[in-house]
Design a protein around this ligand. Structure first.
Ligand code: 1HE
Length: 263
């Protein structure tokens, strides 16, 4: 993507670069940002081609809702293999979000259901406006999640809570979602994007190795046995501490030139 500062309009997404931050807006408000194949493929494309110089992305939704999930009008007759390939297409796109080149902040308002929750659970930090609500209506629609929710959502809220959401169709409020671990921040209405950009700006100031480790190594550590995980931690700790920028930051602190914790 050769986007300099400015906007680029895709079919289902609008992409705007603001310096080191890329804003990605789901842009099908008339369909409540329901995710059709085109949107999933555009997400994969955008997150596979983050422009040079961008250090963090923010994803959010146009209109009243973040996303109504899978576009149900496309849930036509698929045979088993076609269904398998469709789910794997979602997995590819969500993996590009989680394991791409920059951390991604999700800003959520209104409905964040089904595939919408799958998308935000692939992001690295979630900000919810007070209007946000979450559900996994797949259970009520007679299907199962297929875009990575079974892998990612239990890591945020635990398996029992995810099973409850699917067994019962339960709707989780923004505050409940925050208490459970879906979002890490909650804001008044209309203030989510500003908070998302504020966080993205902070994240952009981290060393590249710290952001890389948080995106690519931490999830592998949490998926590994204690022994393997400890070795991975030691490796990334030694590598990151050896970076010249890390050494400079530690020297600055000792010389009284860096901020204290909380400043
Ligand atoms: C849609 C979709 C959709 C809205 N696919 N078209 N997701 C769901 O089961 C959620 C279904 N949607 C809803 O429950 C509601 O639409 C909302 C609570 C999200 C929003 O309600 P509201 O009153 O603001 O909007 P609306 O009037 O319901 O919808 C406006 C239009 O969007 C309408 O189309 P129109 O042509 O009649 O104007 C709706 O049909 C359309 N629309 N949601 C298609 N989801 C990888 S597997 C993932 C599996 C899943 O994600 S399953 C969960 C599917």
């Amino acid at each position: 993507m050769s986007i300099s500062d400015g906007q680029e309009i895709r079919v289902t997404l609008t992409i705007e670069r603001k310096g080191e931050i890329l804003l990605v807006r789901l842009n099908r408000p008339e369909k409540r940002n329901a995710m059709n194949d085109e949107m999933v493929l555009e997400i994969e494309q955008v997150f596979s081609n983050i422009p040079a110089g961008v250090k963090c992305a923010v994803i959010y939704g146009e209109g009243k809702h973040f996303s109504a999930g899978l576009d149900l009008s496309e849930l036509t007759d698929r045979d088993v293999v076609q269904g398998f390939n469709h789910s794997r297409m979602w997995h590819r796109a969500m993996d590009k979000v989680q394991f791409g080149t920059v951390p991604v902040v999700a800003v959520i308002h209104g409905a964040c259901v089904g595939g919408g929750l799958e998308l935000v659970s692939a992001c690295h930090i979630r900000v919810a406006e007070e209007s946000a609500f979450y559900a996994l209506p797949e259970g009520q629609r007679g299907i199962f999640v297929g875009g990575g929710a079974a892998v990612r959502v239990p890591k945020l809220i635990g398996m029992a809570r995810m099973a409850d959401m699917m067994f019962t169709g339960r709707v989780i409020t923004a505050q409940e979602g925050m208490n459970m671990g879906i979002s890490q921040y909650i804001t008044p209405p209309g203030q989510g994007l500003a908070k998302g950009i504020e966080l993205a700006t902070k994240i952009s100031c981290n060393t590249p190795i710290t952001n890389y480790a948080l995106m690519h190594v931490l999830p592998r550590i949490t998926d590994s046995s204690q022994e393997q995980a400890s070795m991975l931690e030691s490796l990334i700790a030694a590598i990151s501490a050896n970076e010249p920028e890390a050494k400079g930051r530690m020297t600055d602190f000792l010389a009284g030139k860096a901020k204290k914790v909380g400043e």
